[in-house]
Design a protein around this ligand. Structure first.
Ligand SMILES: [Zn+2]
Ligand SMILES: [Zn+2]
Length: 286
């Protein structure tokens, strides 16, 4: 698959794909959904859903290049992780090969941003070397919010057993971890915004460069159908009511600011604009 890359002012954003899956029954991720209800949104077909209403989902990371900086956002599931979700358990994806093919060097990543600490957003931070989990990006500051770290370690976060031990503790032990505010200014036009709901300490990343704006949203939505059906909760949403309010707030802002929105689980077109469509929205891919 060709490298997908977008310009935002003077900055370049690149998708690095871990996995793309088509023909997924939508109710697997959105309990309120049916295939018929998805299929009625013809603007989703054929790229984001098939004619029957089965959906496409991805796991991908984004790399932001601006000046000399290389910022990695949400580094996917990773290889060899023991996870309770069978589909993610002990995988062998060619993610780092794709990362290299896209022209990146793990030693040049200076910052890793995590929108949240679900297993599919932190995995490549570490890899196995001689049976031990070691940092993959040894020069990078890895950013976490305090609430999200607390949630990740708590028993109220089922399905993420082992994530702290295999993907976060080794980063802390190596002295590469920073706890930042949920609205932290990361410099060079990068700024976090708290977007609680999917998880308690979830954040999204705004990018402003030379008068243009982009938003790396994280998991405030998982599929473009949620632009049209913003009340459809995703099975992983920790607080569905808060997640709905956050989704509506951020879709409104993205439409107003004409931001290029990039979403970890959208594919085959991860980037696009949010267009107001009566009292809801539509995702217009670029
Ligand atoms: Zn998530
Ligand atoms: Zn996710």
């Amino acid at each position: 698959m060709a490298v997908q890359r977008w310009r935002v002012g003077r900055c370049t954003i690149t998708s690095v794909l871990e996995e793309h899956v088509d023909h997924i029954p939508p109710e697997m991720f959105f309990p309120a959904a049916t295939a018929d209800a998805v299929a009625k949104y013809q603007w989703l077909v054929p790229d984001f859903a098939d004619e029957s209403g089965a959906i496409s989902l991805r796991v991908q990371a984004f790399v932001i290049e601006l000046g000399t900086r290389h910022v990695l956002v949400d580094p996917c599931v990773g290889n060899g992780k023991r996870l309770v979700i069978p589909y993610w358990n002990e995988r062998t994806w060619p993610f780092m090969e794709r990362f290299a093919e896209a022209g990146f060097d793990s030693g040049k990543i200076d910052t890793v941003v995590h929108t949240h600490l679900h297993a599919d957003h932190v995995g490549w931070d570490t890899h196995l070397a001689g049976g031990v989990w070691v940092p993959t990006f040894p020069k990078a500051r890895h950013l976490y919010t305090a609430r999200e770290l607390e949630y990740c370690r708590s028993s109220s976060n089922p399905g993420n057993d082992g994530v702290f031990a295999d993907s976060i503790a080794p980063i802390m032990a190596a002295g590469l971890a920073d706890v930042v505010d949920e609205d932290a200014d990361l410099g060079d036009g990068l700024r976090l915004e708290p977007t609680t709901g999917h998880t308690p300490g979830h954040v999204s990343l705004w990018i402003e460069s030379a008068g243009e704006v982009a938003l790396i949203s994280g998991d405030i939505m998982h599929h473009p159908v949620q632009c049209a059906e913003p009340d459809w909760a995703e099975i992983g949403d920790h607080d569905p009511e808060q997640a709905r309010a956050t989704r509506r707030r951020m879709l409104t802002r993205a439409a107003e600011t004409r931001a290029l929105v990039l979403v970890a689980h959208f594919g085959p077109h991860p980037a696009g604009y949010i267009q107001t469509d009566r009292n809801v929205w539509r995702f217009v891919p670029v």
